[in-house]
Write a protein that binds this ligand. Sequence first.
Ligand SMILES: Cc1cc2nc3c(=O)[nH]c(=O)nc-3n(C[C@H](O)[C@H](O)[C@H](O)COP(=O)(O)O)c2cc1C
Ligand SMILES: [Fe+2]
Ligand SMILES: [Fe+2]
Length: 403
Amino acid sequence: MNISERIKYVGMTDCVKKRFEGLWPLPYGVTYNSYLIMDEKVALVDTVDCNFAEGYLENISEACQGRKIDYLIVNHMEPDHSALIARIMEIYPDIQIVASAKAVPMIAGYHGIGADRVKVVKEGETLCLGSCTLSFHMVPMVHWPETMVTWMPQENTLFSGDAFGTFGAVECDDWAAGEGHLMGAPRQESCLAEFRDEMIRYYSNIVGKYGAPVQAAIKKLGGLDIRRICSTHGPVWTSEIPQVVALYDKLSRYESERGVCIAYGSMYGNTEAAAHALAAELQKRGIPYGLHNLSLGDDVADDLGLSGAIRDLFKYDTVAVGSPTYNSGIYPPALGFMEAIAARGVKGKRFFSFGSYTWAAASTKLMDEMALRSGETLLCEGKAFAQAFSTEKCDMGAVADLI
Ligand SMILES: Cc1cc2nc3c(=O)[nH]c(=O)nc-3n(C[C@H](O)[C@H](O)[C@H](O)COP(=O)(O)O)c2cc1C
Ligand SMILES: [Fe+2]
Ligand SMILES: [Fe+2]
């Protein structure tokens, strides 16, 4: 699949894996993008997940048409992209790996490949392939320390690694035209409109902790006249590039829009009833919200659980967390979400807690304390209600009025 005369798409689509990193549901699948640059020298940019070796190697041999590959550029060592390094080296024994210094011990540790096989590149270093010259730019902690991006000025193309990536398989007849559609999703007015929620979910779930390094990377790359983004997940962006960069910029600044992320855990439905009551009050007032059951297991059909909650945490300025009191503490799925908020350094949200108890309430007080420690402000004191939910015990209309 040609992206341009020199650049070919050789990546793979994964509609099999249920959870990315064993954690994050994939209702629309995911792609592992890899690119071949065909010049006087041939360079392969990143590889794919280990479960897709066969199809991937077929893509490569078809694209190479008998030519050998001179360089394997390793922008990022997370195994969804680096898993097939050793396989590629078996097939192309003369290939030289091109990577950052920090990738060297990782390549040795994962693949037993020594430093003598790696051409270490520094910030701004270039590699001439013939008619085009690549340059390498370090973007540490987006979202691993060894991460770099590869710039191809002759085609104004950025091979950006995970940066500007998104969940979601891509339906695309013509990769040269870029764009494509989010597979299995309703058509919207633009490619980014279709992918926006999956991009926010990808960023917030995977990269969310690293707002400052993403900001540094965006500043560093700001001077480049980027007209094509070839990231490792999702579509190749050929238009809407300012919007794609702006979305990552906004998310990494932790900027959000008006609305409420409602996330709850519930064993017997009482806290759940309160969550639904809050949602209904927001609906009445026309306030956007997302509603997520944090107790969900592997059934990802109609709710994205923790993953969706983290997405909406980044998307909206207010977060409401429901948890019953559990052994004098916070119910574990809700505790997991509270920890996810703290771990990602998400500050300045308006926070509200609620939950059912039976003999001695504890969860809402503990969640309020955690939220304050994370740097949120309390919308009001958390509302604990004994046993069943009712509006008399916990007036969600009054809470919605504060939002
Ligand atoms: C294992 C377990 C531990 C519990 N611990 C407490 C507790 O420490 N204090 C309390 O008041 N209620 C406790 N409860 C009662 C629950 O908080 C109560 O059943 C609540 O209504 C459950 O809300 P839910 O329907 O949203 O799951 C506990 C219940 C279970 C099953
Ligand atoms: Fe990654
Ligand atoms: Fe990745």
